[in-house]
Design a protein around this ligand. Structure first.
Ligand code: ADP
Length: 487
């Protein structure tokens, strides 16, 4: 045996062993003249069935009509090679997506001796132990690929489950054959834009599913390019977000309901407070008239009873006033830039008589400008300052106001040297009508509840740190809104 014939034998063996590739020869006239086991594997043809066939017979009718076999041979003849990715017809007339190249082979004289076709079915590797295969089949996410016409070239088990069809019923079929027309049209639109733009996109898609209701899938679609950078389809990987979307929708529904209930409650409190004020005013006026009318004619006990009536009416008036403010605090905020220093100036000016009477002093650091509803912010600071004065104990009130800021929020602090608050009350003092101190200090128990409602309405939070007898510090935060961030 000569070296040449050894080589020829080795070549033949090599081609026989190339099971992952279909390798065959085509005569210059376009007739198939050889076969290897890859041909059986991908196209389903035995050697006898394959040899002698027209090369064009393995093309789809559409490609044949478009003279694709002819064009492929022409390019191979002219340029030496023609590569493409396209659907081919199998022996049983099913379709297989194939990536391949046709090479023109010339003899020593330069005459075209024929063509060699080397082709490989485009399918991810499913072999046991393959990392990609394990990943693709092991994931809970649908992964699939379609060609330019939207025919499924690949689908993993999750895709089959999502679409309610076995994988074999998907491969080679278009979206329209698998999905209801409207859904298919939606998908086709986004697919086209991904392939045209050649950029990946994240898309929310809806898939009707018989047994599990509509599924919402968040899909990344990426253009699929061949080695010559031509778009041959797209590859998609999705995440089933149905439960998250349902959760989100339910949350939004509850929030809407909550907002509506709040508005109703607010309107109700408003009406009640208003309607209570009128008869209350009458009680107060007539009790005062009666006191004046009976002056000198009634004894001390009767006079005291009448003063209880007027005091009670005044307290109730204050309470109604506070309730009204509390109800109004739920209304929409008018957010604008607010100079906190100016707000504190105004409050201190208004509180001057009380401060003089109690010998109170207020010190403060330079305070920032924030985005807030100025009227509401004033109510917060005023309540905290008045409380710091009211709950000061015997020593003259010393109050300090300061602020710190971070990228995301401002944190204000109002601290005093007053009677302090026991830890177990830290939370409940922020509830409406909750008071720790009796009649010795005037108040309605609404102030801190109002502060909390306003601060939380701005997206911040409020809390207290304190020790009995050691003073208290009330902290509250306001978020830094995007327009305030340095560019
Ligand atoms: P009010 O002052 O009208 O009673 P608030 O809601 O403003 O109502 O306060 C609730 C309770 O929290 C007060 O009754 C008081 O017991 C306590 N409190 C508020 N601020 C202070 C403070 N700076 N020091 C000590 N206790 C305070």
């Amino acid at each position: 045996m000569t070296i040449e014939s050894d080589h020829a034998k080795l070549h033949e063996l090599l081609i026989q062993e190339l099971q992952d590739f279909a390798v065959f020869l085509v005569s210059p006239e376009g007739r198939i003249i050889s076969w290897n086991p890859g041909v059986l594997r991908f196209f389903g043809y035995t050697q006898d069935e394959f040899i002698g066939k027209e090369f064009a017979d393995i093309f789809t009718p559409e490609d044949r009509a478009a003279r694709a076999p002819h064009a492929e041979m022409e390019t191979a003849r002219r340029d030496g090679r023609s590569s493409d990715v396209r659907w081919h017809l199998c022996q049983d007339q099913s379709r297989v997506f194939v990536e391949g190249a046709l090479h023109g082979i010339r003899n020593e004289a330069g005459t075209l001796a024929g063509f060699a076709k080397i082709a490989r079915a485009v399918r991810p590797v499913h072999a046991a132990g393959s990392m990609i295969g394990t990943l693709v089949e092991g994931t809970d996410d649908p992964i699939y690929a379609v060609d330019r016409e939207g025919r499924f070239v690949f689908a993993n088990a999750q895709t089959a489950r999502l679409l309610g069809r076995p994988i074999e019923d998907l491969l080679g079929h278009t979206r329209e054959e698998v999905l209801p027309p409207e859904t298919a049209a939606d998908h086709r639109g986004t697919d086209a834009s991904v392939m045209q733009s050649r950029h990946s996109r994240l898309i929310e898609e809806h898939f009707p599913s018989k047994d599990r209701g509509e599924r919402v899938i968040l899909t990344t679609k990426a253009p699929w390019l061949d080695s010559s950078e031509r778009v041959i389809g797209l590859v998609a990987i999705g995440k089933d977000v149905t439960s998250r979307t349902a959760y989100q929708a339910e949350r939004e529904r509850l929030l809407r309901e909550l907002r509506r209930t709040n508005e109703e409650l607010s309107a109700f409190s408003h009406v009640v407070a208003h309607d209570l004020s009128a008869p209350l005013r009458a009680v107060k006026i007539y009790a005062e008239l009666l006191t004046r009318h009976l002056e000198g004619r009634i004894d001390e006990t009767a006079r005291q009873f009448l003063s209880f009536v007027t005091d009670g009416a005044s307290n109730m008036e204050n309470l109604i006033e506070s309730l009204l403010r509390y109800a109004e605090s739920g209304e929409e905020l008018a957010i604008r830039p607010v100079n906190v220093n100016a707000i504190i100036d105004g409050i201190l000016h208004r509180l001057e008589p009380l401060m003089r009477e109690t010998n109170a002093t207020v010190t403060r650091k330079v305070l920032p400008e924030v985005q807030a509803d100025p009227v509401r912010l004033l109510q917060v600071f005023q309540n905290l300052i008045v409380n710091a004065i009211n709950y000061s104990g015997d020593a003259p009130p010393r109050i300090e106001i300061s602020a710190e800021s971070s990228d995301s929020e401002y944190r204000f602090a109002v601290s005093d040297n007053g009677i302090g608050i026991a830890r177990e009350h830290f939370e409940r003092i922020f509830s409406p009508l909750k008071r720790l101190h009796g009649k010795d200090v005037p108040g309605s128990g609404i102030g801190l509840a109002l502060c909390r409602k306003i601060v939380e309405g701005h997206g911040g939070h409020i809390w207290v740190e304190s020790r009995v007898g050691m003073g208290s510090t009330f902290f509250f935060t306001l978020p830094v809104r995007p327009s305030q961030r340095p560019a």
